[in-house]
Design a protein around this ligand. Structure first.
Ligand SMILES: NC(=O)c1ccc[n+]([C@@H]2O[C@H](COP(=O)([O-])OP(=O)(O)OC[C@H]3O[C@@H](n4cnc5c(N)ncnc54)[C@H](OP(=O)(O)O)[C@@H]3O)[C@@H](O)[C@H]2O)c1
Length: 330
């Protein structure tokens, strides 16, 4: 099949500079795989911005098309599980990392990466959720396994971003009282509208922290930021408090001591959503199609075209994104 299609391609220019442009590619040049998908929508995650800016910890080989999320319609299938015209979603694994990703009108992937979308979630809505939603969902699942969330004091860092905003929504929907930490004054109304009860400015939050322990305040935390924010959060959890840690926009290293763990019985749980078993991802999608239905999803995402990708990537790299950004590919 020698169909031509549009793709966002990142190329390594001289002197370690990376340049991107929308280019024409051929389906024949996609990697070998069981399923060819005509991508209807993708979305932007922080990892995509790293891949698009030449971060070799994410994508080793260029030219490359990023996009760790894709939702679309099967155009060709050699799998018994899927047939042409099925509506499907792919998130994570190697998509958009070293496999040509969702910022293109076509992807070809192994069947082990592909899930049929629940009928009450549209292709566009699925990308409003995307990897950010699955990550927030995974954090919530792990927190809930330990204890009920009802009336719990919860804190979410990087609250206005993708994982953060979906975490605020889910925790609040499940009965927690959510404090949202943000750097953005213009995101306060948004955060209140998706369920935050209290908003703390990021700088104001640092005033609350004393190492090795500060006044205890929160039962549960979802931290997407890492670095000194996670260091601070670890000082102010209540007895048996739990933090899930899933991101590093403020840095990979953090400082702590044994005291939160041995004096307050706190736990720190790591979350990786990209490499989760497909059955776990399927469970999360079913939850978003039922008990976790996001009734205000249209407030959380906005849709842009492939031609806007470059400016959106710049914005997310500067920490400026509010909510989620879906990319319409067709
Ligand atoms: N483990 C996993 O499976 C997994 C999956 C998805 C994402 N992630 C990670 O989670 C993180 C967030 O991803 P995302 O797609 O939600 O990104 P995002 O939309 O850009 O959200 C990140 C938010 O963090 C805050 N922030 C940015 N820079 C910061 C800094 N230097 N210090 C403190 N806060 C800062 C900003 O929110 P405010 O302005 O509101 O503070 C920003 O909107 C990334 O590190 C990503 O790699 C991990």
């Amino acid at each position: 099949m020698n169909t031509k299609f549009k793709a966002f391609v990142v190329r390594e220019a001289e002197n370690g500079v990376f340049k991107s442009a929308v280019e024409e590619r051929k389906v024949d040049d996609l990697p070998i795989g069981d399923i060819l998908i005509r991508v209807s929508f993708s979305s932007i995650n922080y990892k995509d911005a790293l891949s698009a800016s030449g971060n070799k910890g994410v994508s080793k080989n260029y030219p490359h098309t990023p996009g760790i999320d894709a939702a679309g319609i099967i155009a060709d299938s050699s799998s018994n599980k899927f047939k042409i015209n099925d509506k499907v979603v792919v998130t994570g694994y190697d998509l958009g990392m070293n496999t040509s990703g969702g910022f293109a009108e076509y992807i070809r992937v192994p069947e082990e990466w592909v899930l049929k979308l629940p009928s009450n979630i549209s292709l566009e809505q699925s990308m409003g959720i995307g990897t950010a939603g699955l990550t927030a969902g995974m954090c919530v699942k792990l927190l809930k396994q330990k204890n009920s969330l009802i009336e719990k004091e919860a804190i979410v860092t990087g609250a206005s971003g993708g994982v953060g905003s979906l975490s605020v929504y889910l925790l609040s929907k499940l009965g927690a009282r959510v404090t949202a930490v943000t750097s953005k004054i213009d995101a306060h109304d948004f955060l209140i509208s998706i369920g935050a009860k209290t908003i703390i400015n990021r700088e104001q939050m640092f005033d609350q922290f004393r190492h090795p322990l500060s006044k205890s305040r929160y039962d549960i935390g979802i931290d997407v930021v890492g670095g000194n924010v996670l260091s601070g959060l670890l000082t102010c959890m209540n007895r048996e408090g739990i933090i899930t840690c899933c991101g590093n926009v403020a840095g990979a290293d953090f400082k702590t001591s044994v005291f939160p763990f041995i004096l307050r019985g706190n736990s720190l749980i790591g979350v990786d959503s990209a490499e989760r078993r497909l059955s776990e991802k399927e469970w999360l999608w079913k939850m978003f199609a039922s008990d976790w239905n996001i009734d205000c999803l249209d407030k959380i995402y906005r849709t842009v075209s492939i031609d806007n990708l470059e400016s959106e990537i710049e914005k997310i790299l500067k920490g400026g994104q509010i909510g989620r950004v879906v990319i319409a590919m067709q």
